[in-house]
Design a protein around this ligand. Structure first.
Ligand SMILES: CC[C@@H](C(=O)O)C(=O)SCCNC(=O)CCNC(=O)[C@H](O)C(C)(C)COP(=O)(O)OP(=O)(O)OC[C@H]1O[C@@H](n2cnc3c(N)ncnc32)[C@H](O)[C@@H]1OP(=O)(O)O
Length: 253
């Protein structure tokens, strides 16, 4: 199985479980996350939803380039991009805090998954970034829209997107992208983070989450995501993108 979904204390944890591919997202992971989000949305006693990656190396390396490389045109790429963007939008709209437990590198679509979460806890060795620009595409799962809709500084957000590089944990904490860092085991960091939330009545937590969602919706998040997906699909079919992906896939041959 390419993923795990487990209840942990008062919360639920979705784990991408493909460490040999640095937890790249394939169709099975997408369907698993979609089902987990649906189940979590219907669970009225849930107090948080977390996403993480198996192994110590990566949180998620984005879309599985070997699987998605077969999508050549904008028309072929768009349904895949739309599907994941919809899953991440639904995840972000869960009525409880959504936490990215970033145990290792989060790049490309992996950084987008983290961005769709309310909080990002980053291991001290993790590096994160919207590296899609190095593949001659933009973010295509809604990550830029989530980032711009909730970022304190538009300039910092825009710079992260356009520079398309990875950032060390210290930089991510300083810029406010990461909520906090951790040096111990991810489970321990998660328990420490949720402990203060668990002392507050769940209806209060849900009310504040609803307030955050109202702010994002007022910014036109869903419409922004639709435009972002279309733009990525348009760039996807260019030769520059297919060449860059080919270089990555052939780097060890
Ligand atoms: C498609 C959606 C789009 C979006 O909308 O956002 C994207 O997500 S585009 C994808 C962007 N992602 C990348 O370009 C990530 C590429 N990966 C890396 O940069 C590195 O793997 C890493 C994450 C920094 C980790 O480096 P390292 O620990 O040195 O591992 P390796 O590079 O040796 O990888 C091990 C193994 O995993 C395979 N791998 C890694 N990432 C992917 C991926 N995204 N898709 C498919 N396969 C991936 C890599 O090829 C190696 O495989 P083997 O050679 O078979 O061992």
């Amino acid at each position: 199985m390419a993923f795990g979904f487990n209840y942990r204390g008062t919360g639920a944890v979705f784990t991408i479980d493909r460490p040999e591919k640095r937890n790249a997202v394939n169709g099975e992971v997408m369907d698993g996350l979609s089902a987990a989000v649906e189940e979590a949305a219907g669970n009225n006693s849930l107090r948080y939803f977390a996403v993480t990656g198996a192994g110590g190396a990566a949180f998620c390396s984005g879309g599985d380039l070997s699987e998605f490389h077969r999508l050549k045109t904008a028309e072929e790429a768009a349904p895949m991009l739309e599907k994941m963007a919809d899953i991440l939008l639904r995840m972000s709209r869960l009525p409880v805090p959504v936490i990215a437990l970033i145990n290792g590198h989060a790049v490309g679509g992996g950084c987008e998954i983290a961005t769709a979460c309310d909080y990002r806890l980053v291991h001290e060795t993790a590096r994160c970034g919207y590296i899609q620009g190095t593949l001659a595409i933009t973010t295509g799962w809604g990550g830029a829209s989530h980032l711009l809709a909730k970022a304190g500084s538009e300039a910092i957000a825009l710079r992260m997107l356009t520079e398309s590089r990875v950032h060390p944990a210290g930089e991510l904490i300083k810029s406010g992208w990461a909520t906090e860092g951790f040096a111990d085991e991810p489970d321990v960091a998660l328990d420490r983070f949720v402990a203060p939330l668990e002392r507050i009545h769940p209806s209060v937590i849900r009310a504040y989450k609803a307030a955050a969602l109202r702010k994002r919706e007022a910014a036109g998040l869903e419409e922004m995501i639709r435009a972002e997906v279309a733009e990525c699909a348009r760039l996807w079919e260019a030769e520059a993108h297919h060449e860059a992906v080919g270089l990555f896939l052939n780097k060890k041959k």
